[in-house]
Design a protein around this ligand. Sequence first.
Ligand SMILES: Cc1cc2nc3c(=O)[nH]c(=O)nc-3n(C[C@H](O)[C@H](O)[C@H](O)COP(=O)(O)OP(=O)(O)OC[C@H]3O[C@@H](n4cnc5c(N)ncnc54)[C@H](O)[C@@H]3O)c2cc1C
Length: 402
Amino acid sequence: MPDIVVIGAGQAGASLVARLRSGGFDGAITLIGEEAVPPYQRPPLSKGYLLGEMALERLYLRPARYYEEAQIDLRLNARVDRIDPAARHVHVGDEVLPYDTLVLTTGSVPRRLPAAIGGALDGVHVVRGLEDVDAMGPRFGPGAKVLIVGGGYIGLEAAAVAAKKGLDVTLVEMADRILQRVAAPETSDFFRKLHRAHGVDIREGVGLDRLLGEGRVTGARLSDGSEIDADFVIVGVGIAPGTALAEAAGLTIDNGIAVDAQGRSSDPAIWAAGDCASFPYREGRLRLESVPNAIDMAECVADNIMGAGKPYVPQPWFWSDQYDVKLQIAGLNIGYDRVITRPGSSDGSASFWYYAGDRLLAVDAMNEPRAYMVGKRLIDAGKSPPASAVADPGTDLKSLLK
Ligand SMILES: Cc1cc2nc3c(=O)[nH]c(=O)nc-3n(C[C@H](O)[C@H](O)[C@H](O)COP(=O)(O)OP(=O)(O)OC[C@H]3O[C@@H](n4cnc5c(N)ncnc54)[C@H](O)[C@@H]3O)c2cc1C
């Protein structure tokens, strides 16, 4: 049996090693992670955990004893510095570990603000790992002033937690509208209204000129010339795939570590999965940043390492929690040309259905689990109901499945 080394003990790494063992792989498995704790789920970091409603133990994907029992050599606080693909070695500090098969599940790296505009001041935070959130948690006292830079899901979720905890919240988004990169104007409007109703000062089309303060942040100057005070700042301006190791090892990079349909990189002994990997999709390549993708792709790669020879076909879905609204997204809206609004079944609920011509691509459902569920089943099956039926609140959603 070959030795498998997996770099990155996050969602994809943990899913992959578990699948190898449950699939009957009985060779040596080493899972290397630079963080101090066993693999954990990140979504609660900007939701329940940040709010203080979820204990640390509940974040763990599996209890620590699982790795021991499954004979997975889990190395924590261990950073891989270099891969030597010719010798098939990885370097962890002074230690050199051989591999037959290597998997990269290195996730992504949050974009930070340049030091030249105050990004290195004390009190400037990102939300990627447990350490980041533990560092900012104590700042969430009622009445504190927080500036959130970036109106994507992470920024909006952090804003919701802060507003719920009684902070004074300002969120700036450089683009014309929040969620511009990922959702239709209808969804942006829904969440803008929701946040404003909770007292969040959302400013769109306004960038950050620079952060102010000596040593620690005290405020910010915005691109419209205004200045605001801030006790701390949360930066949610996106992530970049974790490709540094792969790049240094000479692997092909194309918006992430470029893998083939089975998950194999340009080096046949090295595979990749999760946030760090881009895979063939339609005529191009796709990289997804979500838990379902990390799990499904990692499991597919594990199966392929064991010889399944099957392509990875994503069935994308995503969710976000803000206040008492659960947003569920089915499908991918890339290339949509119109959005159909279906009124919600209760106050504060709605669903937006993305079409390209007559083809249903995706559904954003706010407190509408039924619309999400039906939309997902339709999209996974490649079925597209007439837009007029979707828009009609009298249509029983389940009838669309027939
Ligand atoms: C705050 C937050 C909220 C989110 N909310 C949602 C949500 O609601 N729904 C959703 O679907 N997705 C959400 N996501 C995204 C989701 O968590 C990621 O897509 C998912 O974790 C990706 O899994 P991964 O294994 O590819 O990467 P990760 O889980 O990031 O794991 C990568 C691991 O590799 C380690 N690593 C990297 N380089 C090295 C190295 N050289 N040596 C050793 N270890 C290394 C990293 O430290 C990290 O632990 C959220 C993410 C964040 C940060």
